[in-house]
Design a protein around this ligand. Structure first.
Ligand SMILES: [Zn+2]
Length: 491
């Protein structure tokens, strides 16, 4: 396990996962570039996410809306007035600080969602000064976190880079409701970039100015909030919860049926909680003890969220459980907002009733999840380091090595590699000792190492070494593809 953030940062940089953007110009704070291994891992996460969540319902689809949207969208969504960061400027050195973050560092509590006036008072009462120069801090002021754009030749069209992918789904709801034969629930998923002008980006890829979200907006009939047609699938399934009433105490585990009874959460919401947990535990294979849903209190959650539980993973490098996503019941806030500003009715006719659809949002920070996967699956052993990712997430599934670079071994190994490359993410390596080659591949998570040796010339079989156990088996070349396919899908 990677224990601290510096180690993780070094690993990510040296092993081709991610590093600060525009590095040769000294790096660009809050922006990251993904390298070869990081990009492969990220694409695989997105692919698995897409396959899993779109499969939850026949009426869930992926769309690709624009990253840039006109100002009206964000007036309707409330971002222009509400999407602000509390900023305290140092009177001496001029640095702008996130007021809630410096308080958090100083008092070791969470201050997100507290008003500017309250933050100003807390800073004064606790005599907090500029962390950089110890200068006096000015009163806390709200600052809009979106990146503004001036579009067109005259630059007179006001627009913004989207701060979340969700709005792209909301402005497309009406058209899709019609295209997709007027059925509910209707799910629109977006995997794409979002942009926020964070005052103090930090913790590597967990708080950035440009990041990737995977979000699924589920539009449904509010009259059916207390039911789900596949409730039986989850009713006895146990979810790991950290409700507001348990703060400072342990997580609790309740069956979905109990969650409905004891915590008074609606079935439609709980069904999706269960499916999110199954994604983490069964698909990503995150250990149970590292996962929980955390309920946000009324002051912590956005005012339009009627129910809000964060998806949290325990990350020691960041000091404990951290948010990697959320399950948000947003009511009719979004579509009503767009109805008002666009002046286009968003009421639909469904099930003999006319109403505005409600939204349940499943939201995931892709970069945060990638960070978490690296931390949670990295381990050091006596003489090697292993990134023990599941086979379908590993950047490369297999590596092919000739034992030595002579006696036709390299030619044969190349042939094996060329064949396997068609079906797997494969890499070929003929430099350094076999031991060193194993070590390099283990550390970036490559699931199998296949070695072509002198016996191969006689018996037509190769050595397949398993990353996790280092166990080796011999497999005939002509059965290699089939055998590896089976092994990958069962791991
Ligand atoms: Zn200062």
């Amino acid at each position: 396990m990677i224990m601290n953030i510096e180690e993780l940062s070094e690993f990510a940089r040296k092993k081709g996962f991610f590093w600060t953007s525009s590095e040769i110009y000294g790096g660009f704070t809050g922006f990251y570039d993904y390298g070869v291994n990081g990009t492969l891992l990220k694409r695989k996460f997105e692919h698995i996410w897409r396959k899993y969540f779109l499969n939850l319902n026949d009426n869930f689809y992926e769309i690709e809306p624009s990253d840039i949207m006109p100002e009206k969208v964000f007036i309707a969504s409330g971002h222009i007035t509400n999407f602000v960061d509390p900023v305290a400027k140092c009177r001496k050195c001029g640095t702008q600080h996130r007021a809630d973050h410096i308080l958090e560092d100083f008092l070791k509590r969470n201050f997100e969602g507290i008003t500017a006036e309250e933050l100003t008072k807390l800073i004064k009462d606790n005599r907090i000064v500029c962390p950089k120069c110890k200068g006096e801090l000015a009163d806390v002021k709200p600052l809009v976190m979106m990146f503004p754009l001036a579009v067109g030749a005259e630059g007179d069209i006001k627009a913004y880079l989207r701060p979340e992918t969700a709005q792209g789904a909301y402005v497309n709801f009406l058209r899709h409701f019609n295209i997709l034969r007027s059925k509910l629930p209707l799910g629109l998923a977006v995997i794409g970039k979002a942009y926020r002008n964070e005052i103090s980006p930090r913790n590597l890829t967990t708080r950035m100015r440009e990041f990737t979200q995977a979000e699924l907006q589920i539009f449904f009939d509010p009259n059916k909030l207390d039911e789900h047609e596949r409730w039986n699938e989850v009713k006895n399934y146990k979810v790991i919860l950290y409700p507001v009433s348990q703060r400072g105490k342990k997580t609790i585990t309740l069956s979905c049926e109990e969650v409905v009874k004891k915590l008074k959460l609606p079935k439609f919401y709980v069904w999706h909680l269960a499916k999110v947990q199954q994604f983490y535990l069964e698909i990503l294979k995150i250990p149970e003890t590292k996962f929980r849903f955390k309920e946000l209190s009324e002051d912590e959650r956005a005012f339009y969220n009627k129910i809000h539980w964060d998806i949290e993973l325990e990350l020691e490098s960041l000091g404990g459980f951290k948010e990697v996503g959320g399950v948000h019941y947003r009511g009719d806030y979004d579509l009503s907002g767009h109805e008002k500003i666009s002046k286009e009715s968003h009421k639909i006719f469904f099930d003999n009733k006319k109403f505005i659809a409600h939204v349940l949002e499943l939201s995931f920070g892709v970069d945060r999840n990638i960070y978490a996967l690296i931390e949670l699956f990295y381990r050091k052993e006596k003489d090697r380091a292993v990134l023990g990712l599941p086979a379908n997430l590993a950047p490369f599934q297999l590596a092919v090595f000739p034992l030595v670079n002579k006696g036709n071994l390299d030619k044969l190994a190349k042939d094996v590699y060329e064949t396997l490359k068609k079906d797997f993410d494969a890499v070929y390596d003929d430099s350094g000792s076999i031991g060193k080659r194993y070590y390099r591949e283990d550390e970036r998570g490559t699931f199998f190492a296949i070695t072509v040796d002198y016996d191969t010339l006689k018996t037509d079989d190769v050595t397949v070494r398993f990353r996790d156990t280092t166990k080796q088996i011999r497999v005939k070349i002509k059965e290699l593809n089939k055998t590896l396919m089976q092994l990958v899908s069962s791991n």
